[in-house]
Design a protein around this ligand. Structure first.
Ligand code: CLR
Length: 443
């Protein structure tokens, strides 16, 4: 058992447990795909893509051999892999250090993009994906809430944190690069073990963070060496305390020396730089306390975290030395270059089958066929479910019906004012009562 919970944390745990969120997840997560080798036909990307310059990805019909057996809902769920960073954040009393862990969490999701030059399945409207981890006390739920533009909304809950927001990705193939821009925002709530001192010096039980994801590009397609890059400035704000950090993910340059690099400094609500972080989003992130003496000196501050291999590494953030915040999990040698975590997502055993919504990605036939290497069947089924989706849309249009998502409602965020998708929560309750059958027939 990991840790003790204070009262607000315990209340969340009770809710997660009482709503049966862990039912069906009795067996440990899946470790292996059914195939050992990826025997997809090898294709030259540029040969197929060159006639598609200027298009966005949702308007491209590509052979199914360009896909990987995940959906964009599951790619959003992959954000949660390194959530132990959020559990650690909750143990810390210094808000300027907590934000280092939250920002590292926000950056850690990019590790999974390495070596995955394949198209995830575009979720069908109303498709859902749930994922619970009794071993880590969290549950997660994702739904495709809009088809054009494609938007996936997610909400994950755990005693010490919540994570919610949307993936609304605008894509464009430019020839030199395939660019993915994120339009939505991500939010994170932390419930620290010892509470939070807010901007008005009141002690409250939780704090709210938000940020926008950085942009992703696939470069080197023309040269036959496609590579995923994630770059840009990510501003993480703690709306409760006023701390901020701008994490700069450097763009890959000509000589690749800047590849994967990131750096940033947390600043408290009085504008004082407190902690420096740096490293690489594909491997490790370090941090270090900014001493009073270097605070005023931009150059000295900026060189704090430069070197990849630290001279002295400490476990104690307050030792004055650099310490390790995050380390990427080793990558297994498996079909489609999936991560070990991604392999767990589409696992479907006899227990879980009894609890899933009929709209769950795990039941999507084309993706399952792809995962098992039945590529012709995958292509046929993909066509079939897409036709079914078009027919349903036509019927709605003819009946003059506006589509409403099942589990999320679009609202204005009470703190930041952004538009966001609020999870209504009844999914888990209906699931516990086996009342999900009627929630959609999309496959
Ligand atoms: C990056 C991390 C973000 C969510 C996100 C959204 C869109 C994803 C992107 C991630 C990674 C790269 C991605 C992209 C959609 C398509 C693109 C998977 C997960 C692939 C690499 C494009 C392949 C091109 C084909 C024509 C082969 O939080």
């Amino acid at each position: 058992e990991v840790s003790k919970y204070n009262e607000p944390q315990t209340l969340v745990l009770q809710k997660i447990q009482q709503e049966g969120s862990f039912l069906g997840y009795e067996n440990p997560p899946r470790q292996k795909l059914s195939m050992d080798k990826d025997n997809r036909p090898k294709v030259g990307l540029w040969g197929v893509l060159k006639s598609l310059v200027g298009k966005d990805m949702t308007r491209m019909t590509l052979p199914v051999s360009f896909n990987e057996p995940t959906s964009l809902l599951q790619r959003l769920a992959e954000d949660i892999e390194y959530c132990p960073l959020l559990d650690t954040a909750a143990t810390l009393e210094d808000s300027a250090l907590r934000i280092i862990y939250v920002a590292s969490f926000a950056a850690s999701e990019y590790a999974s993009t390495i070596g995955r030059i394949a198209k995830p399945f575009n979720p069908l409207l109303g498709e859902t994906f749930e994922y619970s981890r009794p071993d880590q006390n969290y549950r997660l739920f994702v739904e495709q809430v809009s088809h054009h533009p494609p938007i996936s909304a997610c909400c994950a809950q755990s005693p010490k944190w919540d994570y919610y927001g949307e993936n609304a990705v605008d894509s464009k193939f430019r020839g030199r690069s395939f660019d993915f821009k994120h339009l939505g925002k991500m939010f994170c709530v932390i419930r620290p073990d010892n509470g939070v001192v807010d901007k008005n010096n009141n002690v409250v039980s939780e704090e709210l963070y938000s940020w926008k994801k950085v942009n992703t590009s696939v470069v080197g397609i023309m040269l036959g060496n496609p590579t995923v890059d994630n770059f840009g400035k990510m501003e993480v704000t703690n709306h409760t305390t006023g701390d901020v950090i701008i994490v700069d993910l450097k763009q890959r340059g000509w000589r690749d020396s800047s590849a994967y690099q990131l750096s940033g400094q947390s600043v408290d609500r009085y504008g004082r730089p407190q902690w420096a972080m740096g490293g690489h989003w594909n491997s490790r992130i370090f941090a270090k306390k900014i001493q009073e003496s270097v605070r005023q000196d931009n150059n000295r501050r900026n060189s704090l975290i430069d070197a990849e291999a630290p001279t002295k590494l400490s476990n104690d953030p307050y030792s004055g030395n650099k310490f390790l915040v995050w380390q990427a999990a080793p990558r297994p040698n498996v079909p489609f270059n999936l991560t070990q975590f991604a392999i767990t997502l589409n696992g479907l055993d006899g227990n879980l089958k009894n609890w899933l919504a009929p709209t769950d990605t795990r039941l999507r036939p084309d993706q399952r066929a792809m995962e098992d290497g039945r590529y012709d069947e995958a292509a046929d089924e993909k066509h079939r479910v897409e036709v079914k989706q078009r027919v349903a849309r036509k019927e709605r249009e003819e009946a003059n019906e506006e589509y409403e998502p099942n589990w999320f409602v679009k609202k204005e965020h009470p703190v930041t004012g952004d538009a966001f998708w609020e999870f209504q929560g009844q999914y888990w309750k209906l699931r516990m009562d086996h009342k999900l059958e009627g929630c959609g027939d999309i496959f």
